[in-house]
Design a protein around this ligand. Structure first.
Ligand code: ATP
Length: 261
């Protein structure tokens, strides 16, 4: 457990959501919430459905069934697929390869991201400076984004996702390209973001890192929630594989008896 205070209101409310690609049930009836003041991690094997779930949460994909509601302070609850710009102004995300205009410097890119989220220039410039410092990008602040290493490009993507201090942050494997110092830095930064009252949905393959960062851990497998892990628990890897194997065994049993959905 990462030591955060009690979680608050539900910001993201996913209910019985389904989405397939042809006959591939990428997300197959998932319920999930993210509350303010918590880091909720989703873990799963390759192809478990983590990115698809995040894209549904961000209105990038339309659910085939079920619902995804955003309940951000100061706005009415709204389906992600139909959410207006003022709702997205309170959300930050990094779910694809971090995008950056190569002709801009790091600072210019972060300011541009803030402006795209509706921040006035007078607020965007100091906000960009703060997040560049928080993610220790100062050394590259005036370098062209096209010259960055992969890890620094990932930090830049995080800076762009968070420059407008979103209430909800959705991050798909935010530490993949980071060195050990960067992993520690981003962990501490995520905790501060959480402690400031934001809700964070984060995916990862790395159980050790997730256990150090998250308040809640949900295990996805083959598009379904197959269990939860307590971050302070022991031997999470063994528990994780036990859940995955139990789900596979149940699916095989259903298939052999013809009772699968
Ligand atoms: N655009 C797409 N078109 C077709 N199939 C897709 C598409 N996006 C995802 N899928 C399929 O949906 C399933 C879930 O994929 P998803 O990317 O959500 O998994 P993931 O848990 O994020 O995996 P990884 O850990 O490898 O990133 C996979 O079988 C994948 O091949």
């Amino acid at each position: 457990m990462s030591g955060g205070g009690p979680a608050g209101d539900v910001l993201l409310d996913v209910r019985a959501v389904r989405r397939a690609f042809a006959d591939d049930r990428a997300v197959d009836g998932i319920d999930l919430t993210v509350r303010s003041g918590e880091i909720h991690a989703i873990v799963g094997l390759n192809g478990a459905g983590k990115s698809t779930l995040m894209r549904l949460a961000l209105g990038m994909l339309r659910p085939a069934a079920g619902s995804v509601h955003l309940r951000l302070p100061g706005t009415d609850a709204v389906e992600a697929w139909h959410a207006p710009a003022e709702v997205w102004a309170a959300v930050g995300h990094l779910v694809e390869t971090p995008f950056a205009y190569p002709e801009l410097t790091v600072t210019e890119m972060v300011v541009a991201a803030a402006r795209l989220r509706g921040m006035p220039a007078s607020a965007a410039v100091p906000a960009a400076r703060r997040v560049v410092e928080a993610l220790e990008l100062q050394r590259w602040a005036h370098r062209g984004t096209g010259t960055l290493s992969m890890g620094n490009r990932q930090r830049l993507g995080l800076a762009c996702a968070a420059v407008h201090a979103p209430r909800l942050l959705v991050l798909d494997e935010p530490s993949t390209a980071l060195d050990p110092a960067g992993v520690v830095l981003v962990r501490a930064w995520l905790r501060r973001t959480r402690d400031a009252g934001s809700g964070v949905l984060v995916s990862s393959h790395h159980l050790d890192e997730v256990a150090r960062t998250a308040d809640r851990i949900t295990v996805l497998h083959r598009g379904r929630v197959v269990g939860g892990l307590a971050p302070e628990g022991v031997d999470l890897e063994r528990q994780f594989f036990a859940m995955v194997h139990a789900a596979d065994a149940a699916a095989a049993c259903d298939a052999s008896t013809g009772s699968g959905a």
